[in-house]
Design a protein around this ligand. Structure first.
Ligand SMILES: [Zn+2]
Ligand SMILES: [Zn+2]
Length: 263
């Protein structure tokens, strides 16, 4: 089966993309026969990582234009990954006003812990952190982001803390967060959002089939795929497994390969 579009890719325009390259990502997408690729560089307004900055949207859009001219056979979608847009409505509106963006991802990376803003990637370093409580607090932030009237279409990596779950202790189980996950999914379905399946952790899909089934149950309409690659070599990695999982959860490919998968 042909691979679906990869709608979440980072390039050199992301603060955490030193190995990213929009140009080489286009070449890789053509090599893989992808029907489309979306470049969704970080529009973050927090500064929890050293050197973290928001995408230079004008420079980024120039780069998109250059790639569209250079690779006319590839469908290149523009986009951003908004970080915590519900905390930064004004900054978010400014980014979205800068130019036409085809794919807008809504992401929560950070929560507030004892007055600090902490990215889930930093959870393991945080002494004495209760991972279960932190994940509940994370999902409460996601719910606030989805319920607020914020201009993003796709709910990205809904269970982001799962990526950083400590090994050796009680494993991450979707069931332990069922009420919180269902609340997010229900709000996302009601507001017409698309659920992203993120493959950046390889066989550990974020989210996995349990959650995609709940998505269908609560009336979710569409799913899209994301490698979340920060390196051209990782584009569409894991998509074979992810598409099988999504199909088993009751979503089907569209006839038009650029379109989203629907129920
Ligand atoms: Zn992200
Ligand atoms: Zn990302």
């Amino acid at each position: 089966m042909a691979l679906p579009p990869d709608l979440h890719v980072h390039t050199e325009w992301s603060y955490d993309g030193p190995h990213g390259s929009m140009d080489r990502s286009c070449e890789r997408a053509i090599e893989l026969g992808l029907p489309a690729i979306a470049f969704t560089d970080h529009a973050d307004f927090v500064k929890v990582h050293q050197d973290q900055y928001c995408v230079d949207i004008a420079g980024y859009l120039d780069s998109i234009d250059r790639c569209r001219a250079k690779y006319p056979g590839l469908r290149i979608l523009s986009g951003v990954e908004l970080g915590e847009p519900h905390w930064f409505p004004k900054e978010t509106a400014d980014i979205l006003a800068a130019g036409p963006l085809d794919v807008v991802l809504g992401s929560v990376h950070c929560i507030k812990v004892e007055g600090d803003i902490v990215d889930a990637s930093q959870f393991p370093e945080r002494q004495g952190l209760d991972f279960f409580a932190a994940t509940r607090s994370y999902l409460a932030e996601v719910l606030a982001m989805v319920e607020g009237d914020h201009p993003f279409e796709t709910l990205a990596h809904l269970d982001y803390p799962k990526r950083y779950w400590p090994e050796g202790g009680t494993p991450y189980r979707e069931k332990d967060f069922e009420a919180e996950l269902r609340a997010v999914l229900t709000a996302a379905a009601r507001t017409g959002r698309v659920l992203e399946v993120n493959t950046t952790r390889g066989r550990v899909l974020c989210p996995d089939i349990t959650v995609v089934r709940w998505w269908r149950e609560v009336g979710g309409q569409a799913v899209q795929y994301a490698s979340d690659a920060h390196d051209p070599d990782k584009i569409a990695a894991g998509f074979n497994l992810a598409t099988q999982m999504v199909e088993a959860a009751g979503f089907k490919p569209a006839r038009d390969p650029v379109s989203l998968w629907r129920r």
